[in-house]
Design a protein around this ligand. Structure first.
Ligand code: UD1
Length: 337
């Protein structure tokens, strides 16, 4: 069965392509290489022994999207990762985010709605919950007004898909990721941040390897046990596997409603200081860091209630924080060697 993975050379996309190929799917990747590299294909081939079809294209070009679906008329499902994802950049350049994240989604759905049936998996984010009142966060938690254009595009994306699914043959699963981290255990693929990493784990591994002088910890005066923010760090391979299970659920028509929503996290919250300590343990390195003031827009705490994904999807994250960080560290060492 043929599956389209948009953004398939990106961080989560590439790990999902590996898991799809391991499960016997034929994968077609669309990627515009705006935040990825064709080199990632080599890593995918090294792990799976199979070469996915790769179409370098920009999903903002509607005629290109139309032609793609004419050429690949036999696609059994679409997993849509392609999107811009830097919160700060989205505040600086909102139209880039609205154009890129929304128009590509609309163009794909326009093609899918012409099919007798279509299966669609959407990359959403726990950012849709904002600072939830209750921890752990269930899928029923109320959504809050997005703090950035990036977050707004995830909420809008969910709404667009829900509206379209109601009146078409599209079935969809919206996956709300917590904080994806780590790399494939083979160290053939992993995260490739451009410039100075904004996210915690790549900043830590780059500091560990000596590329950055020290980590700035954004605030230790939060109402948490050690004063630093709490997040749910989920290993990217666990996350990738959830996409395969979700796709199989749609293909096998096991979905209970036209649109289903699942949180993807480990269910465990870790503070920034806990992450630093765990990194020091797995790497054997002392991590230089200093406490600085809070980062604007950061929430205190977010970790998932994963009951629905565990029981309905039959999926559960396997990796511990230690394992996730040690895979990220192995990857960092490999790419700098
Ligand atoms: C961020 C985005 C979120 C997006 C997610 C994708 C913001 C406000 N949120 O989540 O919308 O879905 O990335 O992975 O940007 N930290 C430091 N020092 C650093 C970097 C981070 O102390 O140099 C802390 C942060 O304050 C936070 C934690 O580490 O408490 C995790 O930060 P990060 O990796 O950026 O993820 P989120 O902010 O949770």
């Amino acid at each position: 069965m043929k599956v389209l993975v948009t953004g398939g050379l990106g961080f989560i996309g590439s790990h999902t392509v590996v898991e799809l190929q391991n499960e016997g799917f034929e994968v077609v990747i669309i990627d515009n290489l705006s935040n990825s590299s064709e080199e990632v294909l080599k890593g995918i081939v090294a792990i799976t022994g199979k070469t996915p079809i790769f179409e370098k294209m920009d999903l903002r070009e509607k005629p290109a999207v139309q032609n793609f679906f004419k050429k690949h008329h036999d696609i059994a499902g679409v997993i849509h990762f392609a999107a811009s994802k830097a919160v700060g950049e989205s505040v600086e350049n909102p139209l880039l985010y609205y154009e890129n994240n929304i128009s590509s989604l609309v163009y794909i759905l326009q093609e899918l709605q012409q099919k007798p049936e279509a299966n669609f998996i959407f990359s959403s984010s726990c950012t849709v919950y904002g600072q939830a009142e209750k921890m752990p966060i269930t899928e029923e938690a109320p959504l809050q007004k997005a703090l950035s254009p990036y977050g707004a595009t995830k909420q809008m994306g969910e709404d667009i898909i829900t509206d379209v699914a109601k009146v078409t043959n599209i079935n969809a699963i919206l996956l709300r990721y917590f904080n994806p981290v780590g790399a494939h255990p083979s160290a053939e693929i992993g995260e490739l941040p451009i410039g100075v990493p904004q996210n915690l784990i790549p900043f830590i591994t780059q500091t560990g390897i000596g590329m950055r002088a020290e980590l700035a910890v954004y605030g230790d005066d939060y109402p948490t046990p050690d004063g630093t923010c709490i997040r749910d760090y989920i290993h990217v391979v666990d996350l990738a596997k959830a996409h395969v299970v979700a796709l199989q659920r749609l293909i096998n028509k096991k979905n209970a409603t036209k649109v289903e929503i699942f949180n993807l996290g480990t269910g465990t919250g870790s503070s920034v200081l806990e992450v630093i300590n765990t990194f020091e343990k797995v790497s054997g390195k002392k991590l230089p860091y200093k406490i600085v003031s809070r980062r604007e827009g950061d929430i205190t705490s977010a970790y998932a209630n994963t009951d629905r994904a565990n029981t309905v999807l039959g999926w559960k994250a396997q990796s511990t924080l230690e394992h996730s960080l040690s895979s990220a560290w192995k990857w960092e060492q490999k790419i700098r060697s």
